[in-house]
Each structure stands twice: as C-alpha cells, then as structure tokens.
Design a binder for this molecule. Structure first.
Ligand code: SF4
Ligand code: MG
Length: 283
C-alpha cells in the first residue's frame, strides 16, 4: 500500500479485449478487484496477480499489474514462491474450482497450515468452464454435465466448511452478483496478515444451468445481518458455513489475527528488514 499514491480505476485498464461469455460472473469479479485495489491505494506496479488455468485465467492479460499465468492447479506454489522472495509485495492468486480442488487441493491445504501471507480468490462456478462444462468437486451431487450425462454420483465439497476445519487464518465467501460485497471482502482479505481464502460463488451461465445468478441471489445473505455473529468464533463460522442448499452465508465468515504468518515464524528472518530478493542482488 502506497502512502501518497494517487491510484485510479483506469490505471488497471488493459487494451486487450475480454473473451468471456456474455453475463459471465468474471466481469463483476474484475470490477470488484480493481475497486478494492484502488481503495487500498495499491498501484499496478506494487501488486502481483497470479492466475491459474481456467476461464478466470483468460482475464490475466485484461487487467493491469504484474501478472503471472501458470499451470493448472498450481497457482498457489508460484504465488507463495514470489511472496517469500519479496514479502513486501502484496500477492493475490486466483484459481477455479476445478484446478484448485481437483489437481491443486494439496497446495490449498498446505497454504492454510503454513499461513503464507497471500490472498487466494476461488472462482467457484461449480464446473470446468474452459473445457466446456464438466463437473468439479463443488458441483452438486446428481448434476448431469458433459462428462457425466447420468448425473454426478460423488459428494460435493463445501470448501469454506472444509477449510474452517483446518483452523485457518481468514475465510470469506461472496457472490459474483454483489460487487460491493466482493470489494469489501477483497479489501479485508488483502489487508489481513496471513493466508486469506475467499470463495466467490460465481455464475457460469453458459454451462452451469443450475447455479444461475438468480438462484444464488435468492439464497445468499451476509453474516453482518445476523445480530450476534462474531467472525472470530470458529464454531459459529463452521455452523453458518454448512448450509449450501437453503440459506448461504456470505461475507467474512472467520478470521484469526493471533495466528502468525509463515514468514514471521521463520527464526532466520527475525529482525531482518530486507526482502530475500534484495539480499540475492549482492551475489
Ligand atoms: Fe464464464 Fe462460463 Fe463462459 Fe467460462 S464458460 S467465460 S465461466 S460463462
Ligand atoms: Mg470452474
């Protein structure tokens, strides 16, 4: 975050033309992301944006900033590597539900337990969109798609509930139809020190005909609307995060500020102000 910087929304403009389908939730996610970076006064040359493979990843060259577009399911390791090399640069990584929870689920689990100080944003549209509509671990049981015309026989992963059981540092859920909430959640996630996990319930109108904008909108509520909700209470977070069928809790579900992030736990980095990248320059 830059003191005295004047950051404008247009600073994140890119000449490249979006290739997403009409009404895809990704458009609103990019808007909310840019708004949150402007609000935090982070200019494009002071942030690293890391993209996985998937429809969201096709937005990697449609936004300003330092950007990296990597291998399927592997966005977390390279985002973490960049963060450890220069822990002063905010790092935001993006992944889809397929890449993150099929191929890359190991990386997600270890990022939570290591508590690297990066933000991870999950575009959860309940299917592999880029490869034209196959089920993922977040697709609802019974859903018929191109890969399984008789309906999905496996159980669905509720990713927020799953991660809350790992006693994480920060877990939030939001919806691609609510730009204001996404912006607010992204600001909280980026400023939190530790691994910030944000799930976005994202509509994919082309292939996921079950989780439509309208259906998600009719079910979501913000935990801020609850009278006695305490986002620092893990058991409350676990309880509200469980329901994906009737009422879906969104907002910052849980955070723990007492948990030290990975870099702060390293004894060999105690009392050192320089980033690793500065020290490497000497050789
Ligand atoms: Fe968006 Fe789905 Fe189209 Fe991909 S396939 S661009 S997720 S609407
Ligand atoms: Mg997907």
């Amino acid at each position: 975050m830059c003191n005295g910087c004047k950051v404008k929304y247009s600073d994140y403009y890119s000449d490249n033309i979006y290739t997403w389908c009409t009404n895809c939730g990704n458009y609103a996610i990019h808007q909310a992301l840019k708004r949150s970076l402007v609000k935090l006064k982070i200019p494009p040359y002071q942030v690293l944006l890391c993209f996985d493979i998937g429809c969201h990843g096709n937005g990697a060259d449609k936004i300003g900033g330092y950007r990296f577009h990597g291998l399927h399911g592997r966005v977390i390791p390279f985002a973490v590597g960049a963060h450890l090399a220069n822990h002063k640069m905010p790092v935001i990584a993006f992944g889809g539900d397929g890449g993150t929870l099929d191929e890359g689920i190991n990386h997600l689990i270890h990022a939570v337990r290591s508590n690297y100080n990066i933000t991870f944003i999950l575009h959860n549209n309940g299917n592999f969109g880029l490869t034209k509509g196959q089920v993922t671990p977040t697709s609802p049981k019974g859903l018929a798609m191109n890969s399984n015309p008789f309906g999905l026989i496996e159980d669905q992963i509720n990713v927020c509930k799953f991660l809350l059981n790992l006693e994480p540092s920060f877990v939030a859920r939001t919806f691609s139809g609510n730009i204001h909430q996404m912006e607010r959640v992204f600001v909280d996630a980026i400023t939190h020190k530790g691994f910030s996990f944000v799930e976005i319930l994202q509509a994919c109108p082309t292939y996921n005909k079950v989780n439509t904008h309208e259906k998600i909108y009719s079910k979501v509520y913000d935990v801020d609307e609850l009278d006695d909700y305490d986002p620092q209470n893990l058991s409350q977070a676990l309880k509200v995060s469980s329901d994906l069928d009737n009422k879906i809790a969104t907002g910052v579900l849980y955070f723990n500020k007492t948990k030290k992030d990975f870099y702060s736990r390293l004894p060999q980095r105690l009392n050192r102000n320089k980033a690793l990248i500065d020290e490497v320059k000497n050789y």
